[in-house]
Structure formats: structure tokens, C-alpha cells
Design a protein around this ligand. Structure first.
Ligand code: PMP
Length: 416
């Protein structure tokens, strides 16, 4: 991954193309700093979906009629575009699912249930989103495998020495997030994959936060599987994808049964379709695929190097501003591997109270454990406030956030 100097991304121009950012909340202009939970859609995405429903909608793969052919072409074009966006060598190894969570459950069922044995180990960082922990816990329960945590260093980066020590012939899988949804740190996935492969382990990467914010190339990373969610990439909700190395995907049994995923069905038994259809039972999210395709076109046009440079610069600006506020504690490493996500607490004030005070000023942030309870335990806090940026975020929004946090601190925990 490269960390180029700030590039020519124009947040104001992108804001003008993102209708929701023009609205007010509680009588104040919306300051949306919850992109890590779900990004906002540019008009191009909304228009692409409307156009699909107005002109092309029908069920895919099933009909001889014109609309079905058009819908199928659009759906498969979206698959090709999203596969290319992720650097996947073959579009057929990208399976559309509902979201990153479903992608991971699919892999935990199809790969986990067939490859994990009692005593096998799955290495997972303590900082993972529950979506990349709970499905593996469930697979471990079904198979007798066990979860081995990778701890954090004092600076909140992954402890790669501990990772190396825990890696062994028993390790069957390393399941790791590409970018933490709480700490904003990008993990050295290529290096981790190389070391994991040396002991014969497979490497799954949860790319839900990375794919919207930095250049991703699954082939360059050398990983075996990668999951993403459309809605975090300015696409629609209800669609995500699981990419798996084609030979590995082709060796896996189906996860869900039904229409579309079969080759031949008798009353007693069925044979299954080739990839990717084997993993796409039932009517897929066609309009959502079209919208997501449009979103990746927008991101591609901006350039993912520029997106990363923008998020990284905003992350640095947030840290610098917040570290200067008395009574505020921030978490996560400082450095070139940190994006635009800032978790913080205001001493003596519940994060929900801070978030509620910010909301009253039209500022949208998240508060809670961010689906990362083991990480909260490692940080020694029950929850935090989290501000997160994307391509439409401006310096003025960061200033507005910081000023509002100072007002919240002074209201709830006045300085002596
Ligand atoms: N992994 C990470 C790192 C995430 O941030 C999220 C969403 N917060 C998910 C997985 C799950 O994504 P989804 O809810 O879209 O399935």
C-alpha cells in the first residue's frame, strides 16, 4: 500500500453530489461523521438504482425475455466491476451476499465446517468487529477448533511478535480485519498472509472498512478470501460480497440451498452449479448490485490513493485537535497507517451523553462498543464515541465536532 501526499480530492464538489448532506438536523446543517457505520450515497448511485427500476428491472438468469437479459447483464457487469475494484483476478470468484457479515458466515459455514477439525486453531486479533469473531466462534463450537487471540501492543497496533509466536502447524486460519472500525489502523495484511501461508494456514480478511478508504488488491495482498459491504462504500444497503480464491471457492460446498444454485435436481438429491452461482441461492439484490457498481465508479474516478490521503489527513487533524482538548482521551496508533476514524472519551461523561449532545447540534457520530467488546476490554473502557470521515468530510466539520465536544465537556463535566 502506498501513502502518497494529499491528492486533489475536492470534498465540496462531492458534497454537492450527495443530496442527504444538504439537509438540516435539529435546525442545524448536518455534520455527518458516522461514515464507518454507513457512508452516504452520491446522486449517481441513487440515479443508477432508479434508472434500473424504471427501465431494466426483471429477475436475473431466469428469463429469455429482453428485460431479464438486461437485468442479468447489469448484475454480471456489477460483479465484474466490483471484482476489478478489489483486484480480483476473476469475477466468478466474487459471490454477492447481503453484507460483510453474511460473507463471513458463508465462509465460516462452507469452509469452516469442511476444513476445521478438533484442536485446529483460528488466529483472530482482539480488535476485530464481532462480525469477524462470532461466526468463527460458532464454527469452532461446531468443529472442536479453538480461537486464539492476537493481542495489541501498547500503541494499539497488532502485536506481530505475539502473532508469530502463536502461529503454528495447528493454525488453520488467520481471520483479520484490513482496517479496524474503531482504531482506524490498517493492518499489515500482506506480511501477515505471507507468514500464515508458511505454516499452511488460510487467510481471510474482513475488508468492510478498508475497501471504502484505501486501494485494495486481493491478489497483491496474497490473501485467500476477502469480505466487503456495499453500504460502507457509498453503495446501497442489502448487498455485500465475498471474494475467495477461485480454486478454493470451487472446492467448497454450498451454504444455502434453493433456486439458481443447482445444476440438476431430483426428488432425492441435487447437484450444484459452478461458482459463483452455487453460493447465490434465490433472487439476488439486482438493483443494489447496480447501485454498488455506480458507487465503485465514483470511488474509482476519485482515485483510491486520493481517498486514502484525504481520510488519513483528516484522521491526523482530528487527533491533533482532540489531543489538545483537556479532559478528552483518544485511542489508536498515530502514524501513516491510520485512517479517518477517531474513538474518544470525555472523562467523566458517558459516550451516549456526548453523542446526544452532538446530535443536538446536528453532528452525527456513533457511541457504544462499536461491535468490538473484546477491544473495549483491551482498551479498558466500556464504550467510546467514534467520529469517522470519508470523501465528503471537510476540515470545517472536524472543527465543528471539536468545538461541540468542548461544549459537551463543559456542560456535563465543567472544569474547576
Ligand atoms: N467488519 C467491520 C470492520 C465493520 O466495520 C463492519 C460494520 N460496522 C462489519 C464487519 C459488518 O458489516 P455489515 O454490518 O455491513 O455486515
Amino acid at each position: 500500500m502506498t501513502f502518497p501526499p494529499p491528492a486533489s480530492l475536492d470534498p465540496e464538489a462531492l458534497r454537492a453530489e450527495t443530496p442527504i448532506l444538504g439537509r438540516e438536523v435539529h435546525g442545524r446543517p448536518l455534520v455527518y461523521l458516522d461514515h464507518a457505520a454507513s457512508a452516504q450515497r452520491p446522486r449517481a448511485v441513487i440515479d443508477a438504482m432508479a434508472r434500473h427500476y424504471e427501465r431494466h428491472h426483471a429477475n436475473v438468469h431466469r428469463g429469455a425475455h429482453q428485460l431479464s437479459a438486461e437485468a442479468t447483464d447489469a448484475y454480471e457487469a456489477a460483479r465484474a466491476a466490483i471484482a476489478a475494484f478489489l483486484g480480483a483476478p476473476e469475477a466468478r470468484s466474487l459471490v454477492f451476499v447481503r453484507n460483510a457479515t453474511e460473507a463471513i458466515n458463508l465462509l465460516a459455514r462452507a469452509w469452516g465446517d469442511t476444513h476445521l477439525r478438533p484442536g485446529d486453531e483460528i488466529l483472530i486479533p482482539v480488535s476485530e468487529h464481532h462480525a469477524n469473531l462470532v461466526p468463527w466462534q460458532m464454527a469452532a463450537e461446531r468443529t472442536g477448533a479453538r480461537i486464539v487471540p492476537i493481542p495489541l501492543r501498547a500503541d494499539h497496533r497488532l502485536d506481530l511478535d505475539a502473532f508469530a509466536e502463536r502461529l503454528s502447524g495447528r493454525t488453520k486460519l488467520v481471520a483479520i480485519g484490513h482496517m479496524s472500525n474503531v482504531l482506524g489502523v490498517v493492518h499489515p495484511v500482506a506480511e501477515i498472509a505471507e507468514r500464515a501461508h508458511e505454516v499452511g494456514a488460510q487467510v481471510f480478511v474482513d475488508g468492510a472498512q478498508a475497501a471504502p478508504h484505501l486501494p485494495v488488491d486481493v491478489a497483491d495482498l496474497g490473501v485467500d478470501a476477502y469480505a466487503v459491504s456495499g453500504h460502507k462504500m457509498m453503495g446501497p444497503t442489502g448487498i455485500g460480497a465475498l471474494w475467495v480464491r477461485a480454486d478454493l471457492l470451487a472446492s467448497l460446498p454450498p451454504f444455502l440451498g434453493g433456486g439458481e444454485m443447482i445444476a440438476k435436481v431430483d426428488m432425492e438429491r441435487s447437484t450444484y452449479a459452478d461458482i459463483p452461482n452455487r453460493f447465490e441461492a434465490g433472487t439476488p439484490a439486482v438493483a443494489e448490485a447496480v447501485g454498488w457498481h455506480a458507487a465503485t465508479d465514483v470511488l474509482r474516478e476519485i482515485g483510491m490513493d486520493a481517498v486514502w490521503a484525504h481520510d488519513h489527513a483528516l484522521g491526523e487533524a482530528m487527533i491533533a485537535r482532540f489531543d489538545a482538548i483537556d479532559g478528552v482521551t483518544t485511542f489508536g496508533p498515530r502514524g501513516a497507517d491510520r485512517g479517518g476514524i477517531l474513538p474518544f472519551v470525555v472523562d467523566g461523561v458517558h459516550p451516549h451523553d456526548v453523542a446526544t449532545a452532538l446530535d443536538a447540534e446536528g453532528i452525527a457520530v456513533r457511541s457504544g462498543h462499536h461491535c468490538a467488546q473484546p477491544l473495549m476490554a483491551a482498551l479498558g473502557v466500556p464504550s467510546t464515541v467514534r467520529a469517522s470521515t470519508h470523501v465528503t468530510t471537510t476540515d470545517a466539520e472536524i472543527e465543528a465536532l471539536a468545538d461541540a465536544v468542548v461544549r459537551a465537556r463543559d456542560f456535563f463535566a465543567p472544569r474547576p
